[in-house]
Design a protein around this ligand. Sequence first.
Ligand SMILES: N[C@@H](CCC(=O)N[C@@H](CS)C(=O)NCC(=O)O)C(=O)O
Length: 222
Amino acid sequence: MPTLHGTHLSPYVRKVRIALAEKGIPYELNPIVHFDLPDGFEKLHPLRKIPVWTTDEGENIPDSSVIVAYLDKVNPKPRLVPEDPIHFARAAFLEEFADDALSATIATVFLQKVAYPLVLGQPTNEKVVGKALERLPGLFGHLDETIGKRDFMVGDSLTIADIAIASPLINYRHTGLEVDGDAHPNFKRYADAIINRPTIAEIFAEEVSIYGGLSPEAAARA
Ligand SMILES: N[C@@H](CCC(=O)N[C@@H](CS)C(=O)NCC(=O)O)C(=O)O
């Protein structure tokens, strides 16, 4: 069986897991964390990052975007990377937007509010959280404008753009925070719907069952 290497809580690993769930591809998860990778992991990923996908033939495919693009070629149903050139360009940019600015900003909040206190026993640095939270309205604002009244970011079905955006939103939800519906009503409606999509809701519920309530706020809300 193919193996996906990387912890559930990485937004990049989760991107691949959502794509695998949408396509109904069976796999094993090797939930290693990026700050404690085994010796020799550079043979799987030269930059020692997660995720890596190991095929049945023993080919190691690094990088979430590359893995999803590969899976879309070997198992195109449902297609997640649009074929139409303009739809492809819009989805590829939104994937980059989510992987870069959105994931990095939410990761700062997630590490400070969840990972450092729970895993390392370090207190949350509220100043760092505050600075990261100042960047979010600009990012959510772009997504609010892009989604408007539609259900999907590109075209009329789920694409890699929606998956890439949903993934860090789950980390955001693990911190106990929600998109502000007064400031970003379109994006709030979209975020709630995408996180409740069965494949994504199942992955979110599995993470909560493995890692517990994560943040005190999330535990109080559950
Ligand atoms: N562009 C990469 C980003 C992967 C990435 O940065 N993963 C993090 C974990 S969430 C990591 O392995 N970081 C280790 C490092 O940067 O050294 C992808 O989409 O797979």
